[in-house]
Design a binder for this molecule. Structure first.
Ligand code: UFG
Length: 328
């Protein structure tokens, strides 16, 4: 199937592009390369340099490549950043996605896979969190994902759109020569490994007074390869079913910030320094997925999401790409 991958030069998008190729699909990447990397796109995959906010550019890509499905990875992703610049997040993560959806429907493309987030839940009352939990994000980032899901529901009911909205928990790890290269980097695992490499003086733990087993935040880390599998299965679902689906993608295991640090020290064999800092605004204390729905509806199976494999694969990437793509 021809798939337009918006944001396919980014971390998760570029791993999904490789998985689509392996399964015989024909991905076309649409990316403005503001945060994505040209090197992350396989040379044989067409790369359209375009902005999501530009409806004419998008329409041209639809006419030229005639995609049968669209995947969206082009959102701003840092929850902490969204507390400082909420307007930017609503513009890029909501307004531009509405432009994309309208352009799809104008071209009779009705299959859509959306990268949603665990951030829609905020600080859930009970864990593991299921898809029926109340949505109450603790930051604008999560709110943008919930808003798009509302738009999807209405376009699904009224305009014939079929979608799978995948609520990722904490995507991490490296695969197929693709790893995390964000600028600036804000995610825990890359920061920890950059500290192990001596590229940072220390890791600062954002708060140790949370109501968790060791006082630091608990997250559910899921391997980017397992996320890529779920995207391919989502395409199959949209081909076989007339229905839409919203589902969590997590490992169903929680790891605290301290536990991630300790695992990284063990795996790298390096005793890098750690400092204690204040809480980061907008951070929920704990979040762990129930992924039962994804397993039942999509047939999703996790193969790489142990914390050991996530950190070991990320370590391999950071060791061999200490300056990210600029290293190659
Ligand atoms: N953290 C630190 N020090 C750091 C960086 C992070 O202590 O230097 C802590 C954070 O406070 C948080 C945990 O490590 O408790 C994980 O933080 P990340 O920034 O790696 O990830 P988030 O949980 O904030 O957010 C990520 C993605 C979001 C997604 C969310 C889903 O960035 O896009 O996971 O749970 F929505």
């Amino acid at each position: 199937m021809k798939v337009l991958v918006i944001g396919g030069a980014g971390y998760i998008g570029s791993v999904v592009v490789r998985e689509l190729q392996r399964r015989g699909h024909e991905p076309v990447v649409y990316d403005n390369l503001r945060t994505g990397h040209r090197e992350a796109v396989p040379p044989e995959v067409p790369l359209v340099l375009g902005d999501l906010a530009d409806r004419d550019q998008l329409a041209t890509a639809f006419q030229r490549y005639a995609p049968e499905a669209v995947m969206h990875f082009a959102a701003f992703i840092e929850a902490g950043e969204s507390m400082r610049f909420p307007g930017r997040f609503f513009a890029n993560n909501v307004a531009s996605v509405i432009t994309l959806l309208n352009t799809m429907l104008d071209h009779d493309v009705t299959r859509f896979v959306f990268s949603s987030s665990a951030a829609v839940y905020g600080d859930p009352d009970s864990l593991p969190v299921t898809e029926t939990a109340f949505l109450r994000s603790t930051n604008p980032y999560g709110e943008t994902k919930a808003m798009v899901e509302t738009v999807l529901r209405w376009l699904g009911e009224l305009s014939g759109l079929r979608y799978v909205s995948l609520r990722y928990f904490n995507a991490a790890g490296a695969a197929d020569g693709v790893g995390e290269d964000h600028s600036p980097e804000t995610h825990l695992i890359p920061i920890v490994l950059q500290s192990a490499l001596g590229l940072r003086e220390a890791v600062t733990i954002y708060g140790d007074d949370y109501p968790t087993r060791d006082g630091t935040c608990i997250r559910d880390y899921v391997h980017v390869s397992d996320l890529a599998q779920a995207h391919a299965l989502a395409l199959d679902y949209l081909t076989a079913q007339e229905r839409s689906l919203v589902c969590n993608l997590g490992s169903e295991q929680g790891a605290s910030v301290r536990e991630v640090v300790e695992a990284a020290r063990r795996i790298t064999g390096i005793d890098f320094p750690v400092l204690m800092g204040p809480r980061r605004e907008g951070d929920p204390a704990s979040i762990i997925a129930s992924s039962q729905r994804a397993m039942e509806a999509l047939g999703w199976r996790r193969e790489h999401s142990s914390l050991e494999e996530i950190i070991a694969s990320a370590w391999e990437w950071h060791r061999t790409h200490p300056r990210g793509y600029a290293s190659s």
